[in-house]
Design a protein around this ligand. Structure first.
Ligand SMILES: [Zn+2]
Length: 251
């Protein structure tokens, strides 16, 4: 049995028995971990009320070789983000970022992924402006770190860079744009039309260039493109639950 201490973000919690909780954590040094916090649901628990989603802390737990569920022995609060609950769109966005991690983070630790998640949650908590643009940017950033960034600059089959004023199509299956000619000959399904402005917007979201107050002209299209891209590339065509919640908030 080994005792481990690492910075961690709470992704999700489950009630377990009358008194305990199971937490899914993204940790900086050990990747995704599940820990049981014994007694955490008791009113006078030593963990206090800290063990909620989006909270950062220094987690200490016992690990045992071959076991998937570790035993939490301490959680030193570094940052709680309960205020995210006051604004439902931002709350839904935080849910999207954490669901992305829960479902697709590799088991090996990834310090940059850990940093980016914390950064995204902080932005949603602290920075004003168009929450939807921010959510999409932060989600694309995590997807890029997971190794799935799409290509929107040139056609995936012939490499042509479509002129800025041309309409292109995004090939959801291929994960990149295709030019008009390849689209005609390629018999591609699952294409989404991207008018010039929407393509520029997508490129800005993916690159993070539009940061500092971007508002989206084609917000619904961008949201659904992200949703469908994730479904095709990461999720075996099962959309993330958090998108349903986000869609209900944004229409
Ligand atoms: Zn082409």
């Amino acid at each position: 049995m080994a005792l481990v201490t690492t910075p961690a973000t709470v992704l999700k919690t489950y009630e377990y028995s009358e008194t305990s909780k199971i937490l899914r954590l993204l940790t900086r040094d050990h990747g995704l971990c599940s820990v049981i916090a014994k007694g955490a649901r008791r009113p006078k628990s030593r963990f206090g009320g800290l063990l909620e989603p989006f909270t950062d802390g220094l987690a200490t737990f016992y690990t045992r070789e071959g076991r998937e569920l570790h035993t939490l022995s301490g959680f030193e609060l570094r940052r709680e983000r309960q205020a995210l609950g006051r604004e439902l769109v931002r709350f839904a966005g935080a849910g999207l970022l954490t669901e992305l991690i829960l479902r697709f983070a590799p088991s090996a630790p990834d310090r940059e992924l850990f940093r980016l998640l914390g950064r995204g949650l902080d932005r949603l908590l602290e920075v004003g402006g168009d929450a939807e643009a921010m959510i999409l940017e932060e989600a694309w950033r995590l997807i890029a770190q997971l190794g799935f960034a799409p290509s929107v600059d040139c056609c995936s089959s012939c490499g042509t860079v479509p002129a800025a004023e041309q309409t292109a199509h995004f090939d959801l299956t291929g994960g990149s744009i295709v030019c008009a000619r390849c689209r005609r000959v390629g018999r591609l399904r699952n294409l989404l039309e991207l008018k010039p402005q929407a393509r520029a917007e997508l490129a800005a979201l993916i690159s993070g260039r539009g940061e500092n107050g971007q508002t989206l002209a084609a917000s619904r299209l961008q949201r659904h493109l992200l949703r469908d891209f994730i479904a095709y590339h990461l999720a075996d065509e099962r959309p993330l639950n958090s998108f349903r919640f986000l869609d209900e908030r944004l229409g």
